[in-house]
Ligand binder design. Structure first.
Ligand code: NAP
Length: 307
């Protein structure tokens, strides 16, 4: 029997990924949606989460694909109603509110899944296995994309809590924190804020590591050429390149994984297992690096941005 899920926030990622992934998985049924201005044909629709929780007690999984700013209240209500909850990345606007959700899930005994979809890209397990046995000489993230192409008209990304260029950049950090055999921390950063915006359009981050190797991440939302989501790692025994956001892996120029996009299908499979084993999956490591960059980063004001 399939498990009923309510999807909250019928916007870009809901339509691009959540709805097709749920439809393709026999273990799941899209039983309801909650959205203020949108609905899905043939699926019962509610305008508020309160209405959903009151009228559909048979639904015990809520998947939140709304932006981070309103997410806490939605998640809190779903957890208090005894529902298992799937959080889009990032898990919240702040560390404290995200950890509060983790505590609530623990108290009610439901599964909370703070998803990092990029960790489920096809090349990530091979990259992790490769790095586990090597020492690192250089680690470089290049995450450069055109915000006008990927986030047209999304004002929330420019508002406090919206993360700006860290919205895609945190995907790279989620891969970094998954594939490295040890933990790192930020040593310095430069964040570029458009003079008319509250979140950065570009960031340059440096990290420390036990191997003493240079580790750098460059995120830029002003990139109009070839869209680039790459991590290159030079080791004592070969150079690893993760590209296409983690779907592809090459070692010394030789392609060893040429994957496609199964990230969200994998997320729903993972949630099925979490519920079956009464577990949660809640790792704040990528968000901690972003918060550290906000705390430690030097701020530069750059040209205003408009769509
Ligand atoms: P979006 O399309 O701008 O927003 C999703 C929906 O959330 C909106 O259509 C809106 O639906 C609802 N919403 C917006 N603001 C709200 C508010 N203040 N209160 C309640 N509901 C609100 O955003 P998205 O691109 O799908 O991103 C949503 C989340 O998914 C973000 O955390 C993002 O980082 C993550 N994500 C996005 C992508 C991507 O490619 N876009 C990829 C991976 C992850 P109604 O107006 O109908 O309520």
């Amino acid at each position: 029997m399939s498990r009923k899920v309510a999807l909250v926030g019928i916007g870009k990622i809901a339509r691009d990924q959540h709805i097709p992934s749920i439809a393709a998985d026999d273990a799941w049924e899209l039983a309801a949606t909650v959205s203020r201005n949108a609905s899905v044909d043939g699926v019962e629709h509610f305008s508020t989460i309160d209405e959903l929780l009151t009228k559909r007690p048979d639904i015990d999984v809520v998947s939140l694909s709304i932006p981070p700013q309103p997410r806490f209240d939605y998640a809190r209500k779903a957890l208090e109603a005894g529902c298992h909850v799937i959080l889009e990345k990032p898990p919240g606007q702040t560390l404290a509110e995200s950890y509060a959700l983790e505590r609530m899930a623990g108290q009610t005994g439901v599964s909370l899944f703070a998803t990092w979809h990029s960790r489920y890209a096809d090349g990530v397990p091979a990259a992790k296995a490769f790095l586990a046995k090597r020492s690192i000489k250089r680690f470089q993230i290049i995450w450069k994309e055109d915000v006008r192409r990927w986030h047209p008209g999304q004002e929330w990304i420019w508002q406090p809590g919206g993360l700006g260029v860290f919205d895609p950049g945190i995907n790279a950090l989620s891969i970094m924190t998954e594939i490295l055999p040890w933990q790192v921390h930020l040593t310095d950063a430069v964040l570029e804020f458009p003079e008319n915006r509250d979140t950065p359009i570009a960031a340059d981050l440096n990290f420390t590591n036990p191997d003493g190797a240079p580790m750098n991440a460059v995120f830029d939302w002003r990139h109009e050429g070839l869209q680039t989501w790459e991590i290159e790692v030079e080791t004592n025994d070969g150079t690893l390149k993760l590209s296409a956001g983690g779907a592809q892996v090459a070692i010394d120029g030789q392609m060893v994984v040429d994957g496609s996009n199964h990230e969200y299908a994998n997320l729903y499979r993972r949630m099925t297992k979490l519920i079956a084993s009464s577990q949660s999956d809640f790792d704040m490591a990528p968000m901690i690096h972003v918060c550290d960059a906000y705390a430690l980063g030097k701020r530069e004001v750059v040209a205003p941005f408009s769509y």
